[in-house]
Design a binder for this molecule. Structure first.
Ligand SMILES: C[S@@+](CC[C@H](N)C(=O)[O-])C[C@H]1O[C@@H](n2cnc3c(N)ncnc32)[C@H](O)[C@@H]1O
Length: 239
């Protein structure tokens, strides 16, 4: 099975359960931190590459001139379409959109699972207009999340697969800067999930509020923001 066929089948299965815990403390916090970054940098016509079931896209669509989602998995896209979102099926490394069509492009929890990463970033840059921003999330090699993940047993995502079955890459900031095509310049890095050791800590009263407050500060704080388990790299398309 090719990487892409396996990914599609993995995410089709994942789509059945994807939202089961998404409306609880930890996941809500991560989504809030990411949506807030997307809104800070992206306005007008927005693409979410790897939109999944549309939980983030539906929030970005509010007030946007246009909000479009793209995803590999028809299972995920069914949920997004049910939400009335404008979506297309395809892969981030071969986007079905014209050059310079979007003012902003975002991608959360997707690029770490894409083997041809340089081709994908070149495509995301191609569809961004000059001066527009790209908000791109990677899994950070230098983070508490990654250290703990390496010690954990694989997590089941349905009846067939565990999270070990999908290609996953852990990068450092310098790796990501190297992947960026010459048509974009690096702007900033933000760190989502700097301190949280395990998601379940956000179920514990008092601790939950302390960690949420700390994560909100760490995301943008100099010295801390490069250690987020989810490393959000912001780049701008050159004129
Ligand atoms: C963990 S989900 C994240 C969904 C959404 N961004 C969010 O934060 O809720 C990862 C998504 O990336 C999609 N994906 C994985 N590889 C892809 C590729 N090469 N092209 C497009 N989508 C892809 C999967 O189908 C899945 O819906």
């Amino acid at each position: 099975m090719s990487d892409q066929t396996l990914s599609r089948s993995y995410y089709d299965e994942f789509s059945e359960n994807y939202e089961r815990h998404r409306h609880e403390g930890y996941h809500t916090l991560i989504d809030d931190l990411e949506v807030d970054l997307a809104r800070r940098y992206c306005h007008g016509r927005i693409l979410e590459a790897g939109c999944g079931s549309g939980l983030i896209l539906r929030r970005l669509a509010v007030g946007a001139k246009q909000a479009v989602g793209l995803d590999l998995s028809s299972g995920m896209l069914r949920w997004a379409a049910r939400r009335g979102l404008s979506v297309a099926q395809g892969s981030v490394d071969a986007l079905p959109f014209p050059d310079e069509h979007f003012d902003g492009v975002v991608s959360f929890k997707v690029l770490a699972h894409v083997p041809p990463i340089e081709r994908a970033l070149a495509e995301l840059a191609r569809v961004t207009r000059p001066g527009g921003h790209l908000v791109l999330e990677f899994y950070n090699r230098h983070s508490l999340r990654t250290a703990i993940k390496r010690l954990k047993a694989p997590t089941s995502i349905g009846s067939t697969y565990t999270d070990d079955d999908v290609f996953t890459r852990y990068d450092a900031l310098d790796d990501v800067k190297r992947y960026l095509p010459p048509s974009v310049e690096f702007v900033a890095v933000h760190g989502v999930r700097v301190f949280t050791p395990v998601a379940s800590i956000h179920k514990v009263p008092v601790l939950r509020d302390m960690f949420a407050a700390a994560e909100r500060i760490a995301r943008d704080a100099p010295l801390l923001r490069q250690y987020g388990g989810f490393m959000v790299v912001v780049a701008r398309k050159r004129h």
